[in-house]
Ligand binder design. Structure first.
Ligand code: NAP
Length: 480
């Protein structure tokens, strides 16, 4: 009999898992989703300008290619529609449990099954749990004094307040990562005044976007192999050009120069340019890929504030030099809690071992997928599987294929638990590869935990990760 599978999250990861189960004829699965619909991060992030900076033809499942993407880089709405379409096409809807947050999962050794507790107080048993909760789903508010004192309207980029009209307002944006870089160009033209509070400048490279014309879309549809060849070309170019940037390879200087040139071309004022010039190597933090960000900062109604924020006051933001800038609207583009993976779900494995206790010095998992003491628990987009250079969908598909390969093993031999020795070997290999990466340089990034360990990113090429996850090695696990 097929194992029963609980999937947590209905984003790219959870849906991919559901689709592959469905394709394999396994229908004994439930997808739990705390939101009211599918889409994960692409449902949550509805801020103006929300879009992906990985090309459409690559930022989609390999098995579900669309010929009719309207733009080279997809907007949030189009990605969400794509995922909704996948849920329909593959018959996932009857398996979705929406508005249902999993609050706890405990491995019950008396029956060798996982007991899931949900926010509605329900409890259910499953043979297997697959987490697809992502790394960027819990908004992080800045740790600055006075957050509660502020009297204007404040919201996080991933919790956009669409009921709040921005026209004619005095607005402050805190942060200048990928989210802020998309928000600022959309907000700046409509507001009266915009202050952008920058703690650290980002490296920015241009995004050469554009619409796919009718003829191009028809060609993708009807010319044999064109779509597949195009996807493969995009993949190879990104892998071949951007991955070396992260490990000090051939293209590091070239891409750095391109970013410097982009800044020079778009920002004429040397003072503003100096403020926007990073002092850390490119790639250490997530590179911002955008062509509209710098021009927005040069608008007369926009001020880039680089004095550190001292505190929020009821009417605005006070910086360390004692200046208060009034703002009736405050937008936190301050990122996410990225390093406390799977929080706040309480996960308990064999002998009462608590996942978050085991991970208190940094999350880690064999292949980013399996953790000792937690049999039949598998992670999608888990520790050390984020990318700094390519489409995360590639990693998710590799992980789903791997987990699908585990199902016959655990059905035949009983619950499978990765051996500590396998995880130790994985950690040693990761550490060796990580030492070569630019993420180790001195910059603050969401890839690192409080102790400075890079817990989020995969340090190798995606080709290697896809190869080593092609099929599970039974000797890495104990069964029963
Ligand atoms: P982020 O990259 O973590 O950026 C957060 C920003 O907030 C940083 O500029 C950070 O400054 C600033 N910040 C945080 N706390 C602060 C404080 N106390 N005072 C002042 N500034 C503070 O978050 P994000 O922009 O939401 O992006 C997260 C990730 O989502 C991206 O890296 C990317 O992987 C993904 N994403 C992708 C796209 C896309 O495809 N285009 C768009 C949006 C998001 P510091 O740098 O000094 O820490």
């Amino acid at each position: 009999m097929a194992p029963s599978v609980a999937i947590i999250g209905a984003g790219f990861g959870g849906l991919c898992m559901g689709i592959q189960l469905q394709k394999a004829g396994i229908t004994s699965y439930t997808i739990f989703e705390k939101a009211g619909g599918v889409g994960g991060t692409w449902r949550a992030n509805t801020y103006p300008g929300a879009a992906c900076d990985v090309p459409s033809h690559l930022y989609s499942y390999s098995f579900e290619q669309r010929h009719d993407w309207t733009r080279r880089f997809p907007a949030q709405r189009e990605i969400l529609a794509y995922l909704e379409g996948c849920a329909d096409k593959y018959g996932l809807r009857p398996h979705l449990r929406l508005n249902t947050e999993v609050t706890a999962a405990a491995f019950d050794e008396s029956v060798n099954r996982w007991r899931l507790t949900t926010s509605d107080g329900g409890e259910e048993l499953f043979d297997v749990v697959v987490s697809g909760v992502g790394q960027l789903n819990r908004p992080r508010l800045p740790d600055i004094p006075g957050v509660d004192a502020y009297e204007g309207t404040a919201f996080h980029s991933a919790r956009w307040n669409h009921g709040h009209e921005l026209t004619g307002r005095r607005v402050a944006v805190i942060g200048n990562g990928s989210s802020a870089a998309q928000i600022i160009p959309r907000v700046a033209p409509v507001v009266d005044h915009l202050d952008v509070y920058q703690r650290t400048p980002s490296w920015v490279i241009p995004k050469v976007n554009g619409e796919y014309g009718r003829s191009e879309r028809l060609a993708f549809r009807y010319v044999p192999f064109l779509q597949a060849a195009n996807r493969e070309r995009i993949y190879r170019v990104i892998e071949g050009l951007v991955y070396p940037v992260l490990v000090g390879g051939w293209s590091r200087r070239m891409v750095t120069r391109r970013a410097q040139e982009h800044l020079r071309q778009q920002v004429g004022d040397p003072g503003l340019r100096a403020k926007l010039t990073p002092a850390y190597p490119i790639g250490c933090k997530r590179i911002v890929i955008d062509s509209d960000f710098y021009p927005a900062l040069t608008r007369p109604n926009v001020e880039l504030v680089t004095d550190p924020i001292a505190r929020l006051v009821p009417k605005g933001v006070e910086t360390a030099d004692g200046v208060t800038r009034e703002a009736d609207t405050l937008i936190y583009a301050t990122g996410f809690h990225t390093t406390d993976f799977l929080a706040p779900i309480e996960i308990t494995g064999r002998a009462g071992r608590r996942l978050h206790e085991i991970w208190k010095d940094g999350a880690e998992a064999y292949l980013g997928v399996a953790v000792p003491h937690f049999p039949n628990l598998f992670l999608l987009y888990g520790p050390n599987t984020n990318l700094g250079h390519n489409s995360i969908i590639l990693m998710i598909e590799a992980q789903v294929r791997y987990i699908m390969g585990c199902l016959p093993l655990l059905s035949a031999r009983g619950p499978m638990e990765v051996r500590q020795a396998a995880l130790d070997g994985w950690r040693r290999a990761l550490d060796r590869a990580m030492a070569r990466t630019v993420w180790q340089a001195s910059c603050h990034s969401w890839y690192k935990n409080a102790a400075g360990r890079v817990t989020n990113n995969w340090p190798g090429p995606t080709t290697l990760y896809r190869r080593i996850t092609r099929a599970p090695r039974p000797d890495a696990y104990r069964f029963g």
